[in-house]
Design a protein around this ligand. Structure first.
Ligand SMILES: C[S@@+](CC[C@H](N)C(=O)[O-])C[C@H]1O[C@@H](n2cnc3c(N)ncnc32)[C@H](O)[C@@H]1O
Length: 272
């Protein structure tokens, strides 16, 4: 089932305005649909949870169709020609570990399970009512490494605790981590005046700083999306781990293209 009217009607009661995730839910849905992860984790449940679960359910249905195409259709079939066979070596049985201690004021986390039930997608989700800190040892080793993680719980100290414990559990090859509320609406004093603006928060800044300091050897890349109309809860920072062929090659564009295609294209513009 795509994100249709029935889905939106079922998930609406989980929405809490102050959590600010009205656009994050559909964003997570699309990212999970696109990256087809197998081992997903969410810390901080609520409105976003059914979007993740529905994406896994829809992925499973699409994956089954793709496998049927690979098994039966001729290679002239357009979908068949798009599919990358090594992905299909292992079965696709995705699961979402969803952790929340239900401590948040006004959180809809305790009502997530009944919504998943109503939508018939609870089979994809294991809800853990627990503090995420120290909980990683209780995750079944078969569900690691994680290839998609959405973190939306607590303040800066929780983010640090989370990164210390869970960063090593994210797959080095394409594992994706999304952190909520990483831009802060702060007043800073410069040029003799106070300026209030959205600022890349200290955690997102440190992640970016580490990436840039690592230079060509960086093992992750970073991108932040900002909702410029919000003072809080209006940003998502995505960190994608890199390995092998995803890491940056220190190769001149024209030389590399010549090596691959035997012809030299025009030079790339310098992007500033
Ligand atoms: C901002 S809300 C999550 C909002 C949710 N993603 C949504 O879209 O509605 C933060 C959640 O984190 C949970 N939480 C806070 N600290 C936690 C901790 N140490 N361990 C587990 N859950 C925690 C709260 O109970 C709350 O449900």
């Amino acid at each position: 089932m795509p994100l249709d009217a029935r889905f939106h009607e079922a998930v609406a009661p989980l929405f809490v305005t102050g959590m600010g995730t009205e656009h994050v839910g559909p964003l997570l849905y699309s990212l999970v649909r696109m990256t087809r992860p197998r081992r997903v984790m969410e810390v901080g449940l609520g409105y976003t949870s059914p979007f993740l679960a529905q994406a896994l359910a829809d992925n499973a249905a699409e994956d089954a169709e793709d496998r049927a195409k690979l098994a039966e259709a001729s290679e002239d079939d357009l979908r068949h020609s798009l599919l990358r066979e090594p992905f299909f070596t292992d079965p696709y049985r995705p699961s979402l570990h969803a952790i929340d201690d239900f401590s948040g004021e006004g959180t809809s986390a305790p009502r997530v399970l009944e919504t998943l039930d109503a939508l018939g997608i609870q089979e994809f989700v294991k809800v853990h009512k627990a503090d995420f800190r120290g909980y990683s040892t209780r995750i079944d080793r078969a569900d690691l490494p994680l290839d998609f993680v959405w973190f939306d719980a607590g303040g800066p100290l929780e983010y640090i605790d989370f990164l210390r414990e869970y960063w090593p559990l994210i797959d080095q090859e394409h594992g994706l981590l999304l952190l909520h509320f990483t831009y802060w609406n702060l007043t800073v004093h410069f040029d003799g005046q106070d300026h209030t603006n959205l600022l890349c928060g200290s955690i997102a800044n440190e992640i970016k700083r580490q990436q840039m300091r690592a230079g060509l050897a960086a093992r992750f890349e970073v991108l932040s999306l900002v909702e410029p109309h919000k003072t809080r809860q209006g940003s998502v920072t995505m960190v994608r781990k890199l390995a092998g062929t995803s890491m940056c090659r220190d190769r001149d564009f024209q030389e590399e293209m010549f090596e691959i295609y035997g012809a030299k294209p025009p030079a790339m513009p310098i992007l500033r």
